[in-house]
Design a protein around this ligand. Structure first.
Ligand code: SF4
Length: 342
């Protein structure tokens, strides 16, 4: 897919004291992009748009370059021991993006330039974890690969983890800009997961992300480069031809992905479609013509943490999805690990 280019970039002044901040500043000098120097708190004031929809669209084309202040890492279950961010936000426009509810007031992208401080924090967390093998998720607050051509920070992080004996990095993406990663010294320490789905789901709901074929091509390159490979299949949806289309997906993965190169099993994470009342409200505001099925009467309520609830498929449908997808996987990838179905 075409590489993302923002309409405007706001440099938080402290970011220019770091080599990566300077490098990104240099990158934009010959681009047709508005370059602004202003404190992070003022970014919202530079985002044009008189309606909520226009502001949302402009936010997705705005990049703030800044310094990550809080370096205490959160726990990240079930995916990893801890999570950290190189980037917050994403230029994609998936209708059910989890960022709407977690970052609704700040949908512009932020990238962090104090990589060495972030790396120091990672080392400290490994020590706190008793120097046991510790896993870190880098893509829970945004998609770093989407702007890797601008920052290069994911590549640096992959090589940093390549040298750590007792830490592993986990990346997930819906983008396909993997070429800069193919020759890195990753040492098998980064598990690269591609978020994938049926053609209908990607084409209908995952706007301005890489397409079905592009993502599988990217996954194939990553697997050939010796990275441990995985797939997040989410959100799994039931619609009139869903079984046929998920069959197409797994047949295609089987045909195209060489899972043997890394020596590690291919992993799958399976997440059925769910929505909360708050997410439904955001989605209907931003995508008034959405085809997303959010009819409460066809779902059941599932209570989550802190008294929040979400609508999921009824138990019978959920267990049919689980059995069907697990069978597709085990028939095609006998050594695969299904990490969870939720
Ligand atoms: S790619 Fe991921 S982070 Fe980006 S909009 Fe889609 S769901 Fe959100």
């Amino acid at each position: 897919m075409k590489l993302f280019m923002p309409d405007r970039v706001v440099f938080d002044p402290p970011s220019l004291r770091y080599p990566l901040g300077e490098k990104i500043y240099g990158y934009f000098q010959d681009k047709d992009v508005e370059v602004i120097k202003a404190p992070l708190q003022k970014v919202a004031g530079f985002i044009p748009g008189t309606t909520a929809g226009a502001k949302y669209a402009s936010s997705k084309k705005t990049l703030a370059v800044t310094v990550k202040k809080s370096l205490k890492l959160d726990v990240c279950r079930p995916s990893a021991d801890f999570e950290f961010s190189l980037v917050t936000g994403c230029p994609g426009n998936c209708e059910y993006c989890y960022l709407y509810t977690t970052q609704s007031s700040k949908l512009y992208l932020r990238t962090y330039v104090n990589l060495e401080e972030i790396f120091t924090s990672i080392r400290e967390h490994i020590v706190k974890n008793g120097n046991r093998l510790t896993t870190f998720e880098v893509a829970s607050a945004g998609d770093p690969l989407a702007i890797e051509h601008i920052t290069g920070s994911l590549s640096k992080t992959v090589e940093f983890f390549g040298e750590l004996e007792n830490a592993r990095l986990r990346v997930v993406t819906k983008f396909d800009n993997v070429d800069p990663l193919l020759t890195l010294r990753h040492n098998g320490h980064t598990r690269f997961r591609v978020s994938i789905n049926s053609r209908y789901v990607i084409d209908s709901f995952e706007h301005t992300t890489a397409g079905f074929d592009e993502r599988i091509d990217a996954a194939s390159k990553i697997a050939d480069a010796g990275y441990p490979i995985g797939f997040i299949v989410a959100p799994i949806m039931v619609y009139d031809r869903w079984e046929k289309e998920y069959l197409e997906l797994f047949d295609r993965l089987k045909r195209q992905i060489n899972t043997g190169k890394s020596g590690e099993p291919v992993t799958f994470e399976l997440i059925q479609h769910r929505f909360t009342p708050a997410a439904k409200k955001f989605i209907l505001e931003r995508f008034p013509n959405t085809k997303l099925d959010m009819e409460e009467s066809r779902r059941v309520l599932k209570w989550g943490k802190f008294g929040r609830f979400k609508y999921v498929y009824p138990a019978e449908t959920a267990s049919h999805i689980k059995e069907y997808i697990q069978t597709l996987i085990s028939e095609r990838f006998p050594g695969a690990v299904i990490e969870y179905f939720t």
